[in-house]
Design a protein around this ligand. Structure first.
Ligand code: GLU
Ligand code: MG
Length: 438
């Protein structure tokens, strides 16, 4: 699509504002919007944004990162293919953007450009990563200032489904209007907990759509006077919200994860993901509260292991559909949540998997039971805090090489500031703050 075509569509739809979106290191989706006046030029040349935003943590506290203070500018340059009219915001459209330096090159800290680099590395092997996100979220009403779940129904219960049926219908309609394929919807385990799965797409498009899906979930809820939270643990004692990623590697029309069963390539990719998982979690489950979610017996994958249809394993090989085995064969990473930047989460997963392929590592035997029940010492627990995963990310050569030195140091400093901000805080207070951030 060209800038001219988008401007024409904006006129036809009567749009007044077009949001230039980006997702920051803190998983917050932020935007600057262009009015109709000057839209074409901004679509072509972007909108300026202070370099400081990349160093602004999830509490809007500017971190002391070199060259990310009050002086300096990036351009938010949109990918015109991502243009959508927004069904949940009046007369508004949106696009995903890259962070470019003023000379037009991708900024070292641009998460979307990192994912493009990883896609290009896969392409050198003739491979494309297809991915889909599965979003769990909690739907609540604000009653006298409190955040009250819309139901107390049971897992998959139709009573819970009924409680949210108007919301679910509006959500399905809003996704459809944006050309995002909805696969399934249900009310899940926790109070007010909902889940949707959307169709798979090549990595960059999957990450872009994940941003749009999060925006849609929250936007539709807000338009109905509700609050949807994708926070990993909106209540300390209720079920957590995962943002599981399903993925497979394709070469043309062939799913290379499948050769009548789990292929060698898939095994090596899984082994790479497992080998790097403790550090990778710094990208896929990167908020202070992520580690209240990733605990044993909550089906979030708290041990470094994989399994076939094992929902306590962070890496699960999912049973394929009958008569569509090749098309549906995929692996799920459960140690991922929606406080992540989806571009970083997918880029990191590719870097980990590629390292497994390059080194031809073996994933070992799959766990056939709940890993919590395995004999002590036979399976490793994933790190139980943000602090621990960041230390492992910092020392993970494959991941930090893929990210690049500047992105790594900015990211670590930024994330560590969240640890400082929440250290010693009461779990209820942390949950309450995260509720409205994601
Ligand atoms: N709610 C779980 C999580 O935090 C996942 C439950 C499921 O297997 O769908 O990841
Ligand atoms: Mg679920």
């Amino acid at each position: 699509m060209t800038a001219k075509e988008i401007a024409r569509r904006a006129d036809e739809a009567g749009l007044r504002l077009v949001r230039f979106l980006w997702c920051g290191n803190d998983g917050t989706v932020r935007a600057k919007a262009s009015a109709r006046h000057g839209l074409e030029g901004r679509l072509e040349r972007g909108i300026g944004v202070t370099v400081a935003m990349q160093a602004m943590n999830g509490l809007d506290q500017l971190q002391p990162v070199p060259d990310m203070g009050p002086v300096g500018e990036y351009r938010l340059v949109p990918d015109l293919e991502t243009f959508r009219e927004l069904p949940y915001a009046p007369r508004s459209g949106a696009l995903l953007t890259d962070h470019l330096n003023l000379d037009g090159t991708p900024a070292a800290v641009c998460q979307r450009s990192f994912l493009k680099r990883m896609e290009a590395t896969l392409a050198e092997r003739g491979l494309v990563l297809e991915a889909a996100f599965e979003n769990e979220f909690s739907l609540a009403a604000r009653v006298a200032g409190a955040y009250v779940p819309v139901d107390s129904g049971l897992c998959f219960s139709t009573i819970a489904m009924t409680a949210s049926q108007d919301f679910a219908d509006a959500l399905a309609g809003a996704l459809e209007a944006q050309g995002i394929v909805l696969e399934q919807y249900y009310a899940e385990l926790g109070h007010g907990q909902q889940e949707i799965s959307t169709g798979h797409a090549p990595a960059l498009r999957a990450a872009d759509e994940q941003v749009l899906v999060r925006e849609t979930i929250r936007g539709v809820a807000s338009s109905l006077g509700l609050v949807a939270s994708l926070a990993p643990k909106p209540w300390p004692d209720n079920a957590g919200n995962g943002g599981h990623v399903h993925f497979s590697l394709w070469e043309g029309e062939r799913n290379r994860f499948y050769d009548g069963g789990l292929s060698e390539l898939a095994r090596a990719f899984i082994a790479g993901v497992l080998a790097h998982l403790p550090g990778l979690c710094g990208l896929t489950a990167p908020s202070f509260n992520s580690y209240r979610r990733i605990v044993p017996r909550y089906w979030a994958g708290a041990y470094t292991c994989w399994g076939l249809d094992n929902r306590e394993a962070p890496v699960r090989v999912a049973s394929p559909y009958w008569n569509r085995e090749e098309g549906s064969y995929n692996v799920e990473l459960k140690a991922c949540d929606s406080s992540s930047n989806p571009h970083l989460a997918l880029a990191g997963t590719i870097a980990a998997g590629l390292d497994g392929i390059a080194r031809r590592v073996e994933p070992g035997e799959p766990a056939t039971i709940d890993p919590a029940k395995l004999p002590e010492g036979s399976v490793e627990r994933l790190p139980a805090s943000l602090e621990a995963v960041l230390a492992l990310l910092e020392s993970d050569e494959a991941l930090t090489r893929a990210m690049g030195a500047e992105m790594t140091s900015t990211y670590l400093r930024f994330k560590r500031s969240e640890i400082d901000a929440y250290a010693g805080a009461d779990p209820e207070q942390v949950a309450a703050e995260h509720r409205y951030k994601f």
